[in-house]
Write a new protein. Sequence first.
Length: 375
Amino acid sequence: NVITRTSHPSSSSSTSSSTTSSSSLMAGADVSDLLYQEQEKLIVQRGELERTFVTDTKPLEPTVIKVRGTGKAGGFGKSSSGGGSRGKSSNVSSKAEGKAHAKVLRKEGVMRINNVLSPETADGVREYLYELRRRSEKEVGEGTIQPIQRFANVLLKHNRCDLTIPLGRDDVVTEALEEVLVKSPLGATISSIFGDGAILHEFSCLMSDPSSQRQVIHPDTPYVQGKGPALYTCFIALQDVTLDMGPTVWLPRTHTKESHEAFKDANPSAAGEDSPKDRLIKTQPAVLGLLSKGDCGIFDSRTLHCGSANGSDVSRALFYFSFKDPEVGYTGNPASIRQELGGANVGLGDLVKDLTLFGKGKGSPLIDKLGSLMR
């Protein structure tokens, strides 16, 4: 903070001290900005290099599963091409479908589930979030709030932002969550792995504007020996994601000890051969998040991935949230979530119960309480 001395506002020593301190802060900020710009240049260069490494690619496709159960949502031997059982579904069939998806997710580290949001809801959420971004940028620019109160940190900030979302303020968000966690298999999939005690850890929207650069490949959380997954993150497309819009790139089956050990070793061999890290990126098949509006890519946070460059003239928005294993403390990365929402430790089971009440027109006391906390 700038030093001020109210007891002697006109004294030359006070003015000198204040000016010196202010100048030092400004100089420090300039140096920090320069360092960040240099770091970004290196990241962009590395990202472009990795783009040439990743040649074995294909779209992330929905997994075909067999759901056994009774009722309209499951039926006997109903085939599901990764699509959600939208509308009314029995608790038994929902759990069966979630269990089937969870089995694939544990093995692959990433999978696709289609139609978790209706196109109409996706359009409404997208419109709401871009207006929220406009208001948030205005508030930050006017100095009425701090950037961290509206935006989380994101790799390569230029033309890209991570907009944290309030819960309980606007029905469009609650309606979207009801579709995603109650009417689609996502809630049951996460519950099948972490249980109903899973904690809402992130709640945000990644926006990648035209000319945003490709990120470097990275995991969101580290592999920890003897521990299972810390988080599962759901990326939901709010518009069709085409190749030129910069889809997410995932390297399936890299949520393992072996992959993380190789990824951390960036040293080429004495003979000049590729480092284990580069060799992993070059040889591991990749999948692209070419999602249709309302489709979801769900992944283990340890799975290697990156956002690619947006060369289109359309901003790409991914509504996303993650749930944390209730047994895990700090995950290794700051969470992209409003501080007041993250501090509430909202459990998946409690949230699903509240959303179910909301869907029946019986109110949503938990979400209403959370809304009262939002700043």
